[in-house]
Design a protein around this ligand. Structure first.
Ligand code: SF4
Length: 936
């Protein structure tokens, strides 16, 4: 039977009490000198709980781990125990923590643990990662006195020291800073929290200015922070900024430059021994040559076709193909080439790896390239300094973590890209959003000599702009591309990677939005007495105050309708095209008054403004625009738009957005992109199905709007041997929704049991995924197979994929975020299960309007719109399996609808020559065995 006191990490157990022991700090690899610095202000108790869930009102604790360290002693005092509960642990919690039912069944009761833990902590301040959670549990489950106990939160420490961290998860920090793998046990996490705090001091000793920058920010803006005294002891005294330098390839002298000539470029790509120096494992592929020709023809305008879209199957090396053309083109013609991608991952890969490699390989190692973002993503030094100075001058002096964070970010993150502040910090500290807005530049008119003379030398936006002006290759994201700022260099030559994402991005980019938070911030700034001259018109202040009352009322009214209408999404509320019903009376009234208020305020601010550069001008434009969007949306929307309130599930009534999405983004796309570019080459691994690109690009109408310039190239197919390496199985059972989860679990379990894990399940519904995860866990845990599934909507797919790859025996389940862009090469994934065909969610108003318009024009909403979109997604899902030439595996589609007339068309979405078969569920075991053979 398992002992109640179980120490992880192989710690030697030397009990000094029922729950306690002591360990030498050196045996845990703590540097005694750094530990002393951390503890110079007194002892600390690092603590972590595991519980049956996240809600202290309904869940219970199941494990506690604590490490108490005191100055002047090298012993780490340990407290670690399971906590008894009569609850059955959910499969998810067992999966996440590795705690078994028998561990808690025979543990000491909570009252006993509470008494011991209370005594263990005593008066020592508690440190935890996301300490609100531990404080709540301590107060509710251990002792009410913890309500007033001193706490330190390492989320705050790490956010100040690493303000551009990838995310704020303890796991991520431990992996990236300490090289430690993922753990979810209480004592592991308590000790890792301690390790991360010590690591801040270790980096400072090595010369990092980050701790000193954090200290200085706290001194100025958050002097009550309990971390301030500790950071004053950090070894570094230097307060500095890190320069942001793009990485360069260290491969030495490049080969001779390649001219912009197809044969010369192709010849260089054939020189494997040269390419291998910058691209490990490089292989020459004839398919890459075909793609190269299409890109080259596009850039030379062969046959007048300067807008070309080409699908490039997995494993072709498409990035190198287009860069190998774009680099010599840019060098020889002096023209800039813009490369647009959808994902940050690909942007990073381009900047850090692919472009340096392509530049070196084509003999242009001195190529100038840069990543550019939208203006609002960069700190504006003029606005930042003004904002921080004004904040510091307030009486009483400020004591605000978000202010300190922005100040620390400005010093430590030399790139100044505020979109790299982890999103979770905005949720934890809503005030941070206001700080971000105040410190970034939203408007080109602000960048005048007058406003930024003092700070121009340190302005990260100007630095980025300078790099932009001189760059030969510029990497951007689709959002920036689609709304290319007029003051950026002209769009002339364009490569759009991940082009299949462009249409959906265009829906968002060309939407008009009235944002409750943005309106509130503008109104607060106006109502603020420091607005000085504006208040000479007393009506302005009165209107701003009224607007501030109305903004949350709009959110509350919209939420009330969502709550009463089961047909709407919880987070959003669509404005009916045939006019709102009686329940909408309060919302219409609020919106009407808000629109009037904002419009009048906009007029008065415009009159009060001295010049275009007056901040009142910017505020006037924002508020007038918001008024116009509200007026054109209610009570009945403009027929060219689908209008929805969004963000209604957020915490505050201010966080609504009224979003008007164009039913067709094609006209905007033509105006913003097509009519401006000389060259457009779009590519992706999934562009078309059976030469039909409507699923990916239909709503952009590129074919019609680019006219004679347009050509859809024949796909360049993947070099992989699908005929031998892929089998697609369609489960041939009648479509019965109530059996879907059970059937999916059956298929997943059959494959996972046969393969010992190595299976990925792709779902179209988060609820079904969650149910399936629990059922599957019960079935597979006796076989030692772990089920990995997102615990909430915001789980990072890449974190889960990393865990899936690291585990030897695991099943990974995912919903929409996993359908594309997930790459699991090798044996970690040998089977993909698709629970059902990925049609659009019924009831989406934008989809409904588009299908209506198609049908009004005599087409079929199903066959001309829904089907191409579904087939494209299916192609993406199937594409998750075979990622390298040696991968071999099986795709099983559970609800394949073999009985439907369109079943035959599913074949079009599969890789060419892939083996296919139908199978009854009862025969699956045999089919799996025939393909994979008997497990060894
Ligand atoms: S140029 Fe001046 S106003 Fe413009 S973003 Fe930079 S510091 Fe701000």
């Amino acid at each position: 039977m398992t002992q109640p006191n179980v120490f992880q990490e192989g710690l030697p157990l030397r009990e000094t009490g029922r729950f306690r022991s002591e360990i030498d700090a050196a045996s845990l690899d703590f540097d005694p000198e750094l530990l002393e610095l951390l503890l110079a202000e007194g002892p600390l108790c690092f603590l972590d709980f595991e519980a049956t869930g996240l809600d202290p009102t309904s869940d219970v604790l199941i494990e506690v781990g604590a490490a108490l360290v005191r100055p002047g002693t090298r012993a780490v005092e340990i407290f670690n125990s399971f906590i008894r509960t009569d609850r059955i642990l959910s499969p998810f919690i067992r999966r996440l923590t590795g705690i078994r039912q028998e561990d808690v069944d025979c543990a000491p009761p909570q009252a006993e643990v509470a008494t011991e833990l209370d005594r263990f902590i005593g008066e020592v301040p508690v440190v935890a990662h996301n300490a609100t959670f531990e404080r709540t549990w301590l107060t509710r489950a251990i002792h009410a006195r913890f309500e007033d106990h001193p706490f330190l939160d390492t989320v705050e420490l790490l956010a100040l020291v690493y303000p551009d961290a990838r995310n704020m998860k303890l796991d991520t920090f431990c992996r990236e800073k300490l090289g430690r793998g993922e753990r979810h046990r209480a004592l592991d996490d308590a000790l890792d929290t301690l390790r991360m705090a010590v690591n801040v001091f270790a980096e400072a000793r090595e010369g990092s200015p980050a701790a000193a920058n954090a200290r200085r920010a706290l001194e100025r803006f958050h002097p009550s922070s309990p971390w301030l005294g500790r950071l004053r002891r950090a070894p570094s005294s230097r307060v500095d900024r890190r320069p942001a330098e793009p990485a360069r390839h260290p491969a030495g002298e490049p080969p001779p430059p390649v001219p912009f000539d197809l044969e010369a470029i192709a010849e260089r790509l054939e020189q494997v021994e040269i390419a291998e120096r910058v691209i490990p494992g490089y292989r020459y592929r004839p398919e890459q040559r075909r793609l190269l020709e299409h890109v080259f023809d596009c850039f030379t305008g062969a046959d007048g076709k300067t807008v070309r879209i080409c699908e490039a199957g997995t494993g072709i090396g498409k990035t190198l193909a287009y860069l190998a053309v774009a680099v010599p083109f840019a060098r020889e013609t002096g023209a800039q080439v813009i490369v647009s991608t959808s994902s940050k991952l690909l942007q990073r890969q381009l900047i850090e790896k692919d472009i340096p490699a392509a530049a070196w390989l084509t003999g242009h190692g001195d190529l100038r390239y840069t990543l550019m973002k939208g203006r609002a993503n960069y700190l504006c030094r003029a606005r930042l300094d003004r904002f921080l100075d004004q904040s510091a001058a307030q009486l009483p002096p400020p004591d605000s973590f978000p202010l300190a964070l922005i100040a620390a970010f400005a010093r430590s993150a030399g790139h100044g890209e505020v979109d790299r502040i982890p999103g979770v910090l905005y949720q934890l500290y809503p005030e941070l959003e206001r700080c971000r807005r105040e410190a970034t530049s939203g408007d080109a008119t602000e960048c005048s000599r007058d406003t930024c003379e003092r700070t121009a030398g340190t302005c990260v936006f100007r630095q980025a702009r300078r790099r932009l002006e001189s760059a030969e290759i510029i990497v951007v994201n689709h959002d920036l591309l689609l709304r290319w700022p007029p003051d950026y260099p002209p769009l002339t030559h364009l490569v759009i990677d991940e082009v299949h994402e462009l249409a959906e991005r265009a829906d968002a980019a060309y939407a008009r939005t009235a944002d409750g938070i943005e309106i509130r911030h503008r109104l607060e700034a106006i109502a603020d007495e420091s607005s000085g001259d504006l208040l000479r018109d007393p009506r302005i202040a009165a209107l701003a105050r009224r607007g501030l009352e109305l903004v949350p009322q709009v959110g509350a009214e919209a939420r009330a309708i969502v709550g009463s209408d089961p047909g709407t999404y919880r987070d959003e509320l669509a404005i009916p095209m045939d006019g709102p019903g009686p329940a909408w009376g309060g919302l219409l009234e609020c919106c009407g008054e808000l629109a009037e208020t904002l419009a009048e305020l906009g007029r008065r601010l415009a009159d009060a403004a001295d010049s275009d550069e007056d901040p009142a001008t910017g505020a006037s434009e924002v508020l007038t625009d918001a008024a116009s969007i509200i007026r054109s949306s209610l009570p009945v929307p403009d027929e060219d738009y689908v209008v929805r309130f969004r963000g209604l599930a957020r915490r505050s009534d201010d966080q609504w957005r009224l979003v008007a999405t164009p039913v067709s983004p094609a006209a905007d796309f033509q105006f913003e992109i097509l009519d401006r570019v000389q060259t457009l080459f779009g590519t992706s691994a999934t562009v078309s199905v059976a030469d039909d690109a409507r699923g990916a690009l239909g709503s952009l109408e590129i074919d019609e709007r680019a006219g004679d310039r347009y050509q859809l190239e024949p796909p360049v197919e993947s070099p992989f041997d699908y005929a031998n390496n892929l089998e697609v199985v369609f489960i041939d059972e009648p479509t019965r929704r109530e059996r879907l989860v059970d059937n999916t679990v059956e298929v997943l379990a059959t494959l996972a049991e046969h393969l010992g894990g190595s299976t990925m399940g792709l779902f179209t519904s988060r609820d079904r995924l969650s149910t399936a995860a629990d059922l599957l866990d019960r079935r597979l845990s006796p076989h030692g197979i772990m089920v990995i599934a997102p615990s909430s909507g915001n789980a990072d797919p890449h974190d889960l994929v990393r865990t899936f790859c690291e585990q030897e025996n695991a099943v990974l389940l995912g919903a929409r975020a996993f359908w594309q862009g997930i790459d699991v090469p090798g044996d970690a994934c040998r089977a993909v299960v698709i629970e059902k065909l990925p049609f659009d969610v019924p009831g989406d108003p934008l989809i409904q309007r588009r299908t209506e318009l198609i049908e009004r024009a005599g087409g079929s909403g199903f066959y001309d719109y829904s089907m191409p979109r579904m087939l494209l997604r299916l192609k993406q899902m199937v594409g998750r399996l075979i990622r390298t030439p040696t991968d071999r595996g099986m795709v099983v589609i559970v609800e394949a609808r073999c009985d439907r007339a369109y079943f035959g068309r599913l074949q079009e979405a599969l890789p060419p020559k892939a083996a296919t078969r139908k199978a009854r569920l009862a025969d699956l075991q045999e089919v799996v065995q025939a393909f994979f053979g008997t497990p060894g």
